[in-house]
Design a protein around this ligand. Structure first.
Ligand code: ADP
Ligand code: MG
Length: 394
């Protein structure tokens, strides 16, 4: 049995059938914790810095995410994966082969994955020939040999869309490799997805890695400190029924000062219903839920992410990992079922220790139990919402 297994399946990620088939051939049944945490964001093209202990399946995160986003083959290299050892480069390239086995025109797939691995210690000429004949769109390699082949013009980084550094702490720790990476980086287009993975990440290395990224998703699996949300004020409101929930929400929207607010509900049906109610009252709200088409979800995601909308109603599809940096208020319109989802949801506000406010509606005895568990597990005191809160504190 695989360590860190969660109950959901890979099909929840809306992967292409050719990828799902390959995953199933690999015998993967359930995504691991790090895959649960990273894949949804990686598929959205977000920058990711991920630390999770080895053997958690980090490789599949970036191979699947980049394969899913691979454009129709046109001969350009769009994916570059850099790692510190030859063996690892080879292993990563094999993962690409495994997962892309159905991505060929012969199998009726319009996107085609051609992977080439390059590393030192073998004749450069041979690799050069291979690159020229195979014309890969995915290249995996170690810094030294990559640099040679980029400098002599065999590999062009002009069309890179995804830049991955595996075992980034070792790569960035060596000043030679670090300067190679920086050299590659400036040769790539500015707009690209950057993903870095490691099992260990010191504060210093974290800062260094983040310099290469734009508001990265920081995913730290099995780090207890992620459980504490500094700077987040948490309150609850005892509430009778749906009618009162709606009335109080409108009161809150008028009274509170928010940049952006996320309102969590328990079902897609309730998301749609609440969205209609808010729009009837002229609030510019949008809603996302799992039953929406992936493109619609993406477009709602982008409009919220780019501040075009400010009130988002969501089921738990966006409860995990998604980073909206300007959200300062989260409302649990429906209390989540367990303490963990509570933490993931309220973690949408107060990212990276910034300030935020979380308000939970508590109605049933189950709601009260979850609230008690939250307080116990995360050692916070959640009090009833006061009449007034100083806006400068959230
Ligand atoms: P890491 O990069 O975290 O060290 P790897 O990606 O190398 O981990 O994966 C470790 C092993 O686990 C590999 O053999 C891989 O095939 C396997 N693996 C990864 N994800 C899953 C999964 N969801 N189910 C079963 N096995 C998996
Ligand atoms: Mg790894």
């Amino acid at each position: 049995n695989y360590a860190g297994v969660q109950s959901s399946g890979f099909s929840d990620f809306f992967l292409k059938p050719e990828l799902l088939n390959a995953i199933s051939d690999c015998g993967f049944e359930h995504p691991s914790e790090v895959q649960q945490e990273c894949i949804p964001n990686a598929l959205l093209g977000l920058d990711i810095l991920c630390q999770a202990k080895s053997g958690m399946g980090k490789t599949a995160v970036f191979t699947l995410a980049t394969l899913q986003q691979l454009p129709v083959y046109d001969g350009n290299v769009t994916v570059l994966v850099v790692c510190h050892t030859r063996e690892l480069a080879f292993q990563i390239a094999s993962e690409y082969s495994r997962f892309s086995k159905y991505m060929t025109p012969e199998k009726g797939c319009e996107t085609e994955a051609r992977t080439v691995v390059v590393f030192g210690g073998v004749p450069k000429e041979r690799q050069k020939q291979l690159l020229l004949t195979k014309r890969p769109n995915i290249i995996v390699g170690t810094p030294g040999r990559l640099k040679d082949l980029i400098d002599d013009g065999t590999i062009s980084l002009d069309h890179i869309k995804h830049f991955v550094v595996d075992e980034c702490d070792s790569v960035l720790d060596s000043s030679k490799m670090r300067s190679d990476i920086s050299g590659f980086f400036v040769k790539c287009p500015r707009k690209k997805q950057v993903m870095m993975f490691t099992a260990t990440l010191s504060q210093e290395m974290r800062e260094m890695a983040m310099k290469y990224m734009e508001s990265p998703q920081l995913v730290l699996v099995d780090d207890e400190s992620r459980l504490t949300l500094h700077g987040l004020q948490q309150y609850y409101i005892d509430i009778k029924d749906d009618e009162e929930k709606e009335k109080r929400l409108i009161g809150l929207l008028d009274a509170l000062e928010y940049n952006q607010i996320v309102i969590f509900v328990r079902s897609k049906h309730r998301a749609i219903k609440l969205n209609q109610a808010l729009q009837k009252h002229k609030y510019p709200s949008t809603a996302v839920h799992g039953a929406m088409a992936q493109e619609d979800r993406l477009s709602e995601y982008h409009s919220f992410k780019t501040f075009k909308s400010r009130i988002l109603i969501s089921t738990d599809v966006f409860g995990r990992g998604v980073d909206f940096e300007r959200v300062n208020i989260v409302v649990n319109y429906d209390m989540p079922r367990d303490a963990d989802s509570y933490l993931h949801r309220v973690g949408r506000a107060g990212r990276f220790g910034t300030k935020g406010l979380a308000i939970s509606y508590v109605t049933s005895s189950e709601d009260k139990e979850v609230l008690a568990k939250v307080q116990d597990r995360f050692e916070v005191k959640v009090e009833t919402l006061p009449e007034e809160i100083d806006p400068s504190t959230y």
